[in-house]
Design a protein around this ligand. Sequence first.
Ligand SMILES: Nc1ncnc2c1ncn2[C@@H]1O[C@H](COP(=O)(O)OP(=O)(O)OP(=O)(O)O)[C@@H](O)[C@H]1O
Length: 272
Amino acid sequence: MAGQDVVDGLAVREVSVRYGGHLAVDRISLDAPKGRITGLIGPNGAGKTTTFNACTGLLRPTSGTVHLFGEDVTGSTPHHRAQKGLGRTFQRMELFDSLTVRDNVSLGREAGLAGSKPWRHILGRRSDAGVVAAAVDEAIEACGITNLIDRRPADLSTGQRRLVELARCMAGGFQVMLLDEPSSGLDKTETKRFGEILRSLVADRGVGILIVEHDMSLVMSTCDYIHVLDFGKPIFEGTAREVGTSDLVRAAYLGSEAVEESLDVNFDPAEV
Ligand SMILES: Nc1ncnc2c1ncn2[C@@H]1O[C@H](COP(=O)(O)OP(=O)(O)OP(=O)(O)O)[C@@H](O)[C@H]1O
C-alpha cells in the first residue's frame, strides 16, 4: 500500500485527472521506488496512459500530488523531472535510423548533460566525452546489445529496437524509468528476454521501473507489485500472486480471453 513516508523514487498520491466533464482517473495512489518493478495495468480506457502522463509531467492532475525523491513535482515540467532522475520510454519508438545503435544510445546521455548545462554541449568538454562513453558502454552491456552497436535501427527487429531504446534511457542515468507498453510489437521470446533484462537492471543497478503494459505475461513474470485500474478507479493492488488469483481483476478483464488466459497460464507461484 502506498504510504505517507518519503519514497525513494516516484510517489503518486490521490491523483485524479478530468478531461472536461470526464473523470479519467479517480484518486490513484502508487509508489514506484528504486529497486522494484511496479506494474500499472487495466483494460482499454482504464486510465493507464493518463496516469503515466501525470507522472511524467505531460499533464497536470486535477487534484492529488506527484513526488519524486521527496520533492513535490506535481506542477513541474517533464524536463525538471528528468533532471531529478525520472526517465521514460515511448510506446512508439523514436530512434534515429541515420545513426548507429551506439550513437542512438549516446544521445540519451548527451541530452542529459546538455539539459543541465547547455553551453557544455556546445563546447564539448573532453571530460564529458569520457562520462558519455562510460555511461553508454554500461547501458549497452546491461541491455545485452553489444553485438549491435554498429548497426542502424532500421535493420533491427522490433525486439532489438526496444532494447536500444531501453539502453538509451539507461544511459541517461535515470534512477526511475517509466516504460510505456515496452512489449508492444514483440513476440513471445522477445518479450521473455525483455523481461529478464528488466529484472537484471533492477537487481544489478538498483533502478526503479514503472511499467504500463497490456501484455499480462510480461507483467506477471517481472513485476514485484501491481496496481490495477478499471474505468479510472484503482480496483486492486498486490503481488503477481495476488493479482493472478483476484476475482475482481478477473472480472475487470472478463471477455478479454488473451488476458484471462495469461492470468492462468503465466501465473507460476514458484517464480513469485
Ligand atoms: N485527451 C483526452 N480527452 C478526453 N478524454 C480522454 C483523453 N485521453 C483519454 N481520454 C479518455 O480517458 C479515459 C482513460 O484513457 P487512457 O488513455 O488513460 O486509458 P488507457 O488505460 O491508457 O487505455 P488504453 O489501454 O486503451 O491505452 C478513456 O475513457 C479515454 O477515452
